[in-house]
Design a protein around this ligand. Structure first.
Ligand SMILES: [Zn+2]
Length: 322
């Protein structure tokens, strides 16, 4: 089974349940000036409308859609790959002849038809192994639109009736998996890894589920959630809310350490450990590195990077020597 490119560790995976997609994209682009990114849309019409709007507002957007004249397509790709800070809005079979390694984000404006498609497109992000974000904007309306697209596919006599039926059934199954990716409350990377036949042993700590509370905070601050969406996406209970008073004090100390490490490494705090992981750390109160590995979201890599520092905060000078 081939390894899915979207599960590379440097890619932050996120599903945002929102119907205010345009507002989301606008706010995102403002927060990420001078970064290169691709926005994938389900249809040419959606892509062109979005491109027109954003370019009218002064965003450095380009478009590359199915059916456009080859020369224009080549020019758009040339402009996109020639430097940083440009945003490509794509629809249909998008391909890049020249590799661009500094793509910092891939946003899916609509639901992709399958995990295979999603991973291939999201895989354009972060080829330089630096941190990049893969965000899927999900609304229920997209499901009906995708089904309609599948329904409209025509068999040009290339397949027998039976073959055609079975192909369409497979399409529907892949779409179901994609919907599951967007709606299950579980680690996104683990979901994709399992889909592609891998056997992940722990949650990734670098997706919108693992970092749920942090993301929710961000959206609420930016007013991007509608009334109905507040509290619906992301975990319903904040990790810290499930802690006892004593554990909560410890939790705050761990957050301080996390903030220090994050600012030293110049990464967002949740890349170090998610709130969920810190909460679990307070509950399990590990004494040794082996016990620390039992904590949700702590793998070998993070243990090696941060284990010692966190054990010190947990147990002061009593921390067990490795
Ligand atoms: Zn995860």
């Amino acid at each position: 089974m081939k390894k899915s490119s979207a599960v590379k560790e440097n890619l932050f995976l996120s599903v945002e349940q929102t119907r205010k997609k345009e507002a989301y994209v606008r706010a995102y682009l403002r927060r990420h000036p001078d970064e290169s990114g691709i926005i994938f849309c389900a249809t040419r019409r959606i892509a062109e409308t979005l491109c027109k709007k954003l370019s009218g507002e002064g965003f450095p957007v380009l478009s590359c859609v199915e059916g456009m004249p080859e020369l224009r397509r080549m020019r758009a790709l040339e402009a996109f790959t020639s430097g940083p800070g440009r945003i490509m809005i794509a629809a249909g079979a998008f391909r890049m002849e020249k590799e661009k390694t500094d793509i910092r984000f891939v946003i899916h404006y609509n639901l992709p038809p399958s995990p295979e498609d999603y991973c291939r497109e999201a895989g354009y992000a972060g080829l330089d192994s630096e941190r990049a974000e893969c965000i899927l904007l999900f609304s229920r309306q997209d499901i009906a639109a995708r089904r309609m697209q599948l329904k409209n596919l025509k068999n040009n006599g290339e397949y027998t009736e039976k073959e055609w039926e079975s192909l369409r059934r497979e399409d529907e199954e892949r779409l179901q998996e994609m919907i599951a990716y967007c709606t299950r409350e579980d680690c996104l990377r683990v979901f994709l890894q399992r889909y592609f036949g891998e056997k992940p042993e722990e949650n990734c700590g670098n997706c919108s589920f693992c970092c749920g509370a942090v993301m929710q905070d961000g959206w609420e601050k930016e007013g991007l959630l509608s009334e109905g969406e507040r509290g619906k996406s992301g975990p319903k209970v904040r990790p810290a809310d499930t802690l006892e008073e004593e554990e909560r004090i410890l939790f705050e100390q761990l957050r301080i350490l996390r903030r220090e490490i994050a600012s030293e490494k110049k990464v967002p705090p949740y890349i170090v450990f998610s709130d969920r992981t810190l909460a679990d750390m307070c509950r399990k109160f590990p004494r040794t590195e082996a016990e620390l590995l039992e904590v949700n979201g702590v793998g070998e890599y993070k243990l090696e990077q941060y284990g010692e520092q966190f054990l010190k905060v947990l147990h002061g000078s009593d921390a067990a020597q490795p």
